[in-house]
Design a protein around this ligand. Structure first.
Ligand SMILES: Nc1ncnc2c1ncn2[C@@H]1O[C@H](COP(=O)(O)OP(=O)(O)OP(=O)(O)O)[C@@H](O)[C@H]1O
Length: 255
């Protein structure tokens, strides 16, 4: 099957820290892949390399068939990102910020698109307020509107519901799932929120210190770890109780 995201042997070393080590995965069109790992596992570094914000130490990245290290500007118009690390100019209003991004992406009928997103993300009353005056949850929703403004085919979500209250986080997850179903977008979701991963992801890579610890659908991982939820799977990995994919391969090789 054609992989919209195709990552091979990706590695990133910062000075002496190996942040991402031999990461390989492929995501078919329309799937949602979760990158799940604790603090410092390498999730944000991976997303930054996929977008071309960071140059990998080694490895290959193809997105929508293009080699990102050579031709990322062919693909970036069809991608977008939501991240708590994205800060928008504080003096511009939410609407002005979304207008700047919408124009950069050449979004047709932009005013209407912004109004529609504001409706979906409960931002109507905040559109004309300076971004810097918004609460952190309101800012997160503006950065989500920014991530959807160009109706991306590939959406990278780094902790998309960080700083949202549980109710808002819940309907934002529904909105993202609906977006994915309606547009067929391919989504990479980095998170340490287990509910989010269980709800949104078809496939999950458990990452630990830059490496793949295990991979499967939430149901497969829960069954393999003999647990009842992804929360328990995550705690097993964090406490060194699960089996890494390398260990699983060795077991399979012996059989
Ligand atoms: N600019 C940098 N310079 C040096 N080391 C870095 C840099 N950015 C990240 N690192 C290191 O790389 C490793 C991976 O960090 P990364 O931010 O990718 O993890 P993460 O999985 O996104 O973590 P979190 O859940 O805490 O956001 C960490 O050990 C971190 O300290």
């Amino acid at each position: 099957m054609y992989a919209v995201l195709d990552v091979r042997n990706l590695r990133k070393v910062y000075d002496k820290i190996v942040a991402v080590d031999d990461l390989t995965f492929a995501v078919p069109g329309g799937a949602v892949l979760g990158l799940l790992g604790g603090n410092g596992a390498g999730k944000t570094t991976t997303i930054s390399m996929l977008l071309g914000l960071l140059v990998p130490t080694s490895g290959q990245i193809r997105i929508l068939g293009e080699d990102m290290l050579r031709h990322r500007f062919r693909v970036l118009p069809r991608m977008n990102l939501s991240s708590p690390y994205v800060d928008l100019p504080h003096r511009l209003t939410a609407r002005q910020n979304l207008t700047v991004y919408g124009r950069l992406y050449g979004v047709p009928d932009l005013a209407r698109r912004i109004d529609a997103l504001a409706g979906q993300l409960d931002l109507v009353d905040h559109l004309d307020r300076p971004f810097g005056h918004l609460s952190s949850g309101q800012k997160t929703r503006v950065t989500l509107a920014k991530a959807l403004v160009n109706t991306p085919s590939v959406l990278l979500l780094d902790e998309p519901t960080a700083s949202l209250d549980p109710d808002t986080a819940d309907w934002v997850r529904t909105l993202l799932k609906d977006y994915q179903r309606q547009t067929g977008a391919t989504i990479l979701l980095a998170s340490h929120n287990m509910q989010e991963v269980e709800r949104l992801c078809d496939d999950v890579i458990l990452m630990q210190t830059g490496r793949v610890f295990d991979r499967g659908s939430p149901a497969e991982l829960i069954a393999r770890f003999g647990r009842e939820s992804m929360e328990e799977v995550f705690l097993d990995m964090a406490r060194g109780r699960g089996r890494s994919i390398e260990a699983l391969r060795k077991v399979e090789a012996v059989r």
